[in-house]
Design a protein around this ligand. Structure first.
Ligand SMILES: [Zn+2]
Length: 122
């Protein structure tokens, strides 16, 4: 009984235990239509709960790279803007949230991920 309860806790919290890492928990939620996942500045990830297992993996792979961008300081955001600084020496580019569609593949911080993963994840 204790064992069953313990193994059910991640599920109760909506955590995908398999795809979570020690430092980055992955939560499954009902996300807006067409959105596979999102990385949060607090270093958590949410993914659409109804994706196929394979797509969940791709979504987490993609969002983990955003977490890396937050960690290395190349990308950060607040409730007004996204700030992008591709390299240590480069100037910070500011993208007002009202002017972009988050997740658009052409955004520089998305493009650099898609160039690496070659995997499609929204
Ligand atoms: Zn992305």
């Amino acid at each position: 009984m204790a064992f069953t309860m313990r193994s059910n806790i991640p599920k109760l919290l909506g955590i995908n235990a398999e795809l979570s890492t020690y430092s980055v928990p992955v939560f499954e939620k009902d996300l807006p239509n067409g959105i596979w996942g999102a990385a949060n500045i607090d270093r958590t990830i949410v993914i659409e709960k109804d994706l196929k297992p394979k797509d969940k993996k791709s979504a987490v792979e993609h969002e983990m790279m955003h977490i890396m961008q937050f960690k290395n300081g190349s990308v950060r955001y607040d409730n007004k803007n996204v700030y992008y600084k591709p390299n240590k020496g480069s100037a910070t580019e500011i993208f007002p949230l009202t002017s972009i569609r988050p997740g658009n593949h052409k955004l520089p911080w998305e493009k650099s991920i898609y160039d690496k993963t070659k995997t499609y994840a929204k």
